[in-house]
Ligand binder design. Structure first.
Ligand code: ZN
Length: 161
C-alpha cells in the first residue's frame, strides 16, 4: 500500500509540474467545459476527432492537483484511440474511482490505476472523474457539464434538458 501511495503522489506531482497537452486546440472538432463546484475545479477541453479517432485532446483551466493530474493523464491515454475506445476508458476510469471496477475483468486503464485510491477519498472522487466526465460531454457535443448537474451524471440520459 505504501508503494502505491508513493507512486500516486509522484504521478500527481509530475503532472502538476508538467501538465501534458495543456492549452487549447485551434482546430478542435469538439469542446466542453467541466465544473466541479464542490472543489472549484473548472476545466476546458478541446478535442480533435478525425475519422472517428481522437487525434488530440488539450485541456486548460483552474483545478486542484488531482483534477489536473487526471486531466493530463486522460489527454495522453485517449490520444490515438477511437471514440468508442475512449468512451470505454471513461467508463472504466469512473468505475475505478467509485470502487466499482470488477477486479476479475480485464480493463484498459494501465497507469491510470494510480488513481484507484481516490475511492477512499469521497471528496476527491469528483476531482479525478471531472476530466473524464468532460471528455464524455465533448465527444457527445454537450458543451457544459457539471459533476453536480445530476445525481449520477455519467449515467444520465444524453441530450436531456
Ligand atoms: Zn478538485
Amino acid at each position: 500500500m505504501a508503494d502505491s501511495k508513493q507512486l500516486y503522489q509522484e504521478v500527481i506531482l509530475d503532472h502538476n509540474r508538467k501538465p501534458r497537452n495543456w492549452g487549447s486546440l485551434a482546430d478542435a472538432t469538439h469542446r466542453a467545459e467541466g465544473l466541479n463546484p464542490l472543489c472549484g475545479d473548472h476545466i476546458h477541453l478541446t478535442v480533435k476527432v478525425t475519422d472517428d479517432t481522437v487525434d488530440a485532446v488539450n485541456f486548460e483551466g483552474e483545478s486542484c492537483a488531482i483534477c489536473k493530474a487526471s486531466a493530463s493523464m486522460m489527454t495522453t491515454a485517449v490520444k490515438g484511440k477511437t471514440r468508442d475506445a475512449a468512451e470505454v476508458l471513461v467508463q472504466e476510469f469512473r468505475d475505478m474511482a467509485v470502487g466499482k471496477l470488477d477486479p476479475g475483468r480485464p480493463h484498459h486503464l494501465g497507469r491510470l490505476t494510480v488513481f484507484a485510491g481516490v475511492r477512499n477519498l469521497p471528496t476527491r472522487v469528483k476531482c479525478a472523474i471531472l476530466p473524464w466526465h468532460t471528455l464524455h460531454a465533448a465527444l457527445n457535443s454537450i458543451e457544459t457539464t457539471s459533476t453536480e448537474a445530476e445525481a449520477d451524471p455519467m449515467h444520465a440520459p444524453i441530450g436531456g434538458a
